[in-house]
Design a binder for this molecule. Structure first.
Ligand SMILES: N[C@@H](CCC(=O)N[C@@H](CS)C(=O)NCC(=O)O)C(=O)O
Length: 200
């Protein structure tokens, strides 16, 4: 299998975390791709021209990150990272959606503030995304007391989201969210988390 990724992409980090946590990382070749490069051939594997994209051993391309994570989770014999049924399944999938939504907003802020020409920026749009991020973080701070030691698809997505907020200094989120900050701090030494810290 081949994962087309970028080391800065939080969505690709989510997939890499899943690969390590499921023990599938040894069979996963990592290939860097830059979706913003004019000459990239990424659209042959993802017509949306986004990372991550996975090319299976059968040569089929899969995207986006929730689909790739679900595919990887179907390939191993250990405890599923996406619970098969029951309330915990829907809690985990909702948590993944919340973390991914925070990331969508964070990437939008990044594009608006770091990439869009200054005279074309729209401050109201950035404020709207920042409000969504803040509300999402408040929900995570409330929720994390119930997580215990779980490190399933939802918590994996949260690690990718918080790591990206720090990496791109999108928001100083720890101050009013001590429970979430402590949870994230505890996870920093976990091998999969340490091995996937974003880099340029
Ligand atoms: N919903 C997608 C989001 C992927 C995404 O936004 N990737 C960004 C990098 S973090 C990208 O490739 N952006 C390029 C673009 O938007 O053209 C997923 O979960 O995989």
């Amino acid at each position: 299998m081949k994962l087309r990724y970028s080391p800065t992409s939080p969505f690709a980090r989510k997939v890499r975390l899943v690969a390590i946590e499921t023990g599938l990382d040894g069979g996963l070749a990592l290939e860097r791709a830059n979706p913003w490069a004019a000459d990239t051939d990424l659209p042959k594997d993802n017509p949306l021209c986004k990372v991550p994209a996975l090319v299976t051993d059968g040569g089929e391309a899969l995207y986006d990150s929730p689909v790739i994570c679900a595919y990887l989770d179907s390939l191993h014999q250990g405890r599923p990272l996406i619970p098969a049924a029951g309330a915990e399944r829907w809690r985990q999938l909702r948590l993944e959606a919340l973390a991914d939504g925070i990331l969508d907003a964070a990437v939008a802020v990044r594009v608006e503030t770091a990439m869009r020409p200054e005279d074309k920026r729209w401050p109201h749009w950035v404020e709207r995304q920042q409000t969504a991020i803040a509300r999402g973080l408040d929900a995570l701070d409330e929720d994390c007391a119930d997580w215990g030691d779980a490190f399933l698809i939802g918590q994996i997505a949260v690690v990718a989201a918080l790591g990206y907020l720090d990496f791109r200094t999108i928001v100083d989120w720890r101050g009013s969210r001590p429970a979430l900050a402590a949870w994230f701090e505890r996870l920093a030494a976990r091998p999969s988390v340490a091995a996937t810290v974003p880099t340029e």
